[in-house]
Design a protein around this ligand. Structure first.
Ligand code: ADP
Ligand code: MG
Length: 294
């Protein structure tokens, strides 16, 4: 009796891998997972489609993903195309009214709908929201950066309150919320929010089991460029203080620290350029990026 030919063997290997995902599916069933899809990781078509497939798979097995996206490179391109000149103060873009209009158009219009349709194409049901829809993200201008060398940074803010009732309504349904980082202030003006900051506030507002920040590097790297696979809150703070963490990694790590302090079980920073990075993180014992926990 011939039981195992080569083809059978591959099929059995596949079934074994699937079976190994069961404990993780059980662990995360009906739990919320907030995912930030980063500017740099978003660029490639094949990666967006693998990301969308992973999101649909999560929802299919009873996990509740929430997507928050960024959009840096695309905003820059559009500002150049429309020949809108912007000032930079200490590396931060001054967002005047004209710039804000374009930022909102690119984030809530173009990028948000692209991600929504990628997920829909893979068989999911995504719903695009900006912080303005259903008054999702109440936001205030960032005070500490409001004046630098007597320059106003303009329409830049951080979320102060998330309408979690609205989010929970979607999470209890078969819809996957896809959120662009635009908020509204007390005058109902639009404010631009750092997407990392937005994802952190969203993740704690619905008490996520995990906050996952997808970016273009493997995670937090040490002074020698080696990946740090786990960080406590104190260790993470020290790496910012001593300058090991700089630039765009600062808001990410600060977001992770805050989210964990506010009840999110764990936060992870990992490379979104790895195909199926999300599945690797959620369905295997040891993820591939940097895990930040209490
Ligand atoms: P995203 O578009 O995903 O928000 P950012 O460019 O804002 O990406 O932030 C990620 C960048 O942070 C990395 O590409 C890297 O250049 C920079 N960075 C600074 N310090 C570190 C560090 N210690 N470990 C990893 N990346 C770092
Ligand atoms: Mg960034």
């Amino acid at each position: 009796m011939k039981i195992l030919n080569k083809k059978n063997k591959t099929s059995i290997d596949k079934a074994t891998i699937l079976s190994k995902a069961l404990p993780f599916m059980q662990r995360y069933a009906r739990k919320n997972i907030t995912i930030k899809f980063g500017g740099a990781a978003m660029g490639e078509v094949s990666l967006s489609s693998s990301f969308a497939k992973d999101i649909v798979l999560l929802k299919q097995v009873g996990i509740n993903p929430i997507v928050v996206h960024g959009g840096g490179p695309k905003i820059r391109k559009m500002l150049d195309k429309l020949k809108v000149k912007t000032d930079f103060v200490n590396g931060l873009r001054v967002t005047d009214k004209k710039t804000m209009d374009i930022v909102e158009m690119v984030l809530s219009g173009s990028i948000n709908k692209e991600i929504v349709m990628e997920i829909n194409r893979e068989g999911g049901r995504a719903i695009g929201l900006s912080g303005k829809d259903g008054l999702l993200a109440e936001t205030k201008k960032i005070k500490s950066q409001l004046k630098y060398k007597s320059k106003d940074l303009g329409f830049v803010g951080e979320p102060t309150n998330i309408n979690s009732q609205l989010l929970n309504w979607f999470l209890d349904s078969h819809f996957v919320p896809v959120i662009s980082p635009i908020g509204f202030d007390k005058n109902f003006d639009s404010l631009n929010i750092n997407a990392d900051t937005m994802s952190g506030k969203v993740s704690s507002s619905v008490l996520s089991e995990r906050l996952i920040l997808l970016t273009d590097v493997d995670g937090v790297l040490d002074k020698k460029g080696k990946l740090i696979s786990e960080l406590s809150l104190v260790e993470a703070k020290n790496l910012i203080k001593n300058g090991t963490i700089s630039g765009g990694m600062i808001p990410k790590v600060e977001t992770c620290i805050k989210a964990v302090q506010n009840g999110v079980k764990a936060a992870v920073i990992l490379n979104g350029k790895i195909p199926h990075a999300l599945l690797l993180e959620i369905f295997t014992e040891r993820g591939v990026g940097t895990l930040i926990t209490k």
